[in-house]
Structures are given as C-alpha cells and as structure tokens.
Design a protein around this ligand. Structure first.
Ligand code: PXP
Length: 242
C-alpha cells in the first residue's frame, strides 16, 4: 500500500497571506524524503489553494507518483494532458463546498464520461481513478467505463457520529473494496483520514492500493513536523500491510 500526501493545504496557508511560503513544492519534497510514495494535489476551478504554476513545479519536482485530482471540465482535462501526471482522480466539485463532499454520482455522469472525458484522457497513458462512495451500483458503472482505479470516499466513515454508524460505514467500505478488487479495479481510499481512524480502516478494509491523506496530516504537522507526521502514517501502514 502506498501513501500519497495531499499538499493542498500548504497552499491554503500560503495563500492566506499572499506570501511565497509555505511552498507546496518544498512540502512535497519533505513528504517524499520522509517516505511517502507520492503527492496529490487538487487544482480547483477557483484556484483557492493549488495554482497553475504549482502544478508545473510539482510535475518537475515530484519523483514518486503524482496524482492530479480534478473535476472533469474541458479546462482541467487540457491542463491534465499538458502536465501528464501518473494518475488523475476525477471528483465532483461544488463551488460553495469547503472540501469534496462525496463521491461521483455515476448515474449522472456516466454518459458524459463515456463520450467526452474517458476518450480525451485515454489518448494518454494517464491512469484514471474515480472518486466514489462505497456503492455497488457506482462501482458497476465505473467498471463499465473501464476505469483503472476507484478511490473510495472515506468521509462518512471518518465523520461517523457513533460507533454503530462507524461500523456500518466500514462495512460498506469493506464490501466495496472486495467487490471492486474482484472486478480487477485498483482500490484507493481517502478523505477525512487521521492518525486515529486510519488504523481502523486498514484493519477492516482489504485490497487498498493507495491512500490519499491531506488535511489532518498537514494539521498534525504543525505540532510534529511534516517529516515526523508522514513517518507516523507510514508506521501505521507498516503494521497493517497485508
Ligand atoms: N481524496 C479526495 C478525492 C479528496 O477530494 C480529498 C480532499 O481534497 C482527499 C482525498 C483528502 O482528504 P483529507 O484532506 O480530508 O485528508
């Protein structure tokens, strides 16, 4: 299993003061040096954190896997092709949302993805991952599109208000991971993961290929340092790697 660190919120902090620091590219180097397998960034339509110039510099600097998280707009597909990362993770994007609020509704996007999005990205060798809630119907449609991977949305699990709700959500994730794996789809996961809930996810959900972790990791790094925080996540992964 690989840890990909989402460095969006290094850019959030930078943009808060309009200075050139902290630099997401410098953060990416620290994460990779600490042992992360790669870096994720989300270039949003409103450029609220990562900006176009960051994307170009990340592409030049990141040595491991580079995951370009994006909404499937024509503008982003053009930047994706120019950037040529290893992986593109397609997400829904709402203008008013604070963060990605859920997985893609595959029923709604299926025709557009089949006719416009997949053919455009399939002109390249960039792998495609679809950010999905752990629903069998969504996974079936993702499979029908020929996706390389899915990223299971772990937000409902992470934000569960009770142990019962957490158990229900982890069971949904477990079943979805097993189902997608059986279909030959790589299974990634992310959203809301932290040092407390991450071990629970790893214990219960098999077949995880990559995990994408941002906000809680960057926040903890304020106290522990980025290098030490990345290592803390890697240590958890080492003890659960199956
Ligand atoms: N995966 C996806 C698709 C996301 O949209 C996000 C948030 O940007 C993450 C993972 C990381 O979530 P978090 O910042 O809560 O760790």
């Amino acid at each position: 299993m690989n840890l990909l660190v989402n460095i969006d919120h290094i850019a959030t902090l930078r943009n808060a003061r309009g200075e050139g620091y902290p630099d997401p590219v410098e953060a990416a180097i620290v994460c990779e040096t600490a042992g992360a397998s790669g870096i994720v960034f989300h270039l949003r339509g409103d450029r609220r954190h990562i900006r176009d110039e960051d994307v170009a510099r990340l592409k030049k600097t990141v040595k491991g896997k580079l995951d370009f998280e994006m909404a499937a707009t024509d503008e982003m597909i053009k930047i994706l092709k120019n950037t040529h990362p290893h992986l593109c993770t397609l997400v829904p994007e709402g203008r008013e949302e604070l963060t990605t609020e859920g997985g893609l509704n595959m029923n709604t996007v299926y025709d557009d993805y089949k006719e416009r999005v997949f053919p455009a990205i399939r002109e390249t060798d960039i792998e495609i991952s679809l950010f999905l809630d752990p629903n069998i119907e969504d996974i079936d449609l993702a499979h029908k599109l020929g996706t390389d991977a899915i990223e299971l949305h772990t937000g409902n699990f992470a934000n569960a208000k009770s142990l019962a709700e957490r158990s229900t959500e982890i069971e949904r994730l477990r079943k979805a991971a097993i189902y997608a794996h059986q279909l030959g789809i790589k299974v990634n996961a992310g959203h809301g993961l932290n040092l407390e809930n991450f071990p629970v996810l790893l214990k219960e959900v098999p077949h995880l290929n990559e995990v994408s972790i941002g906000h809680a990791l960057i926040s903890k790094a304020v106290y522990l340092g980025l290098d030490q925080t990345v290592k803390a996540y890697l240590e958890i992964m080492d003890s659960y790697d199956k």
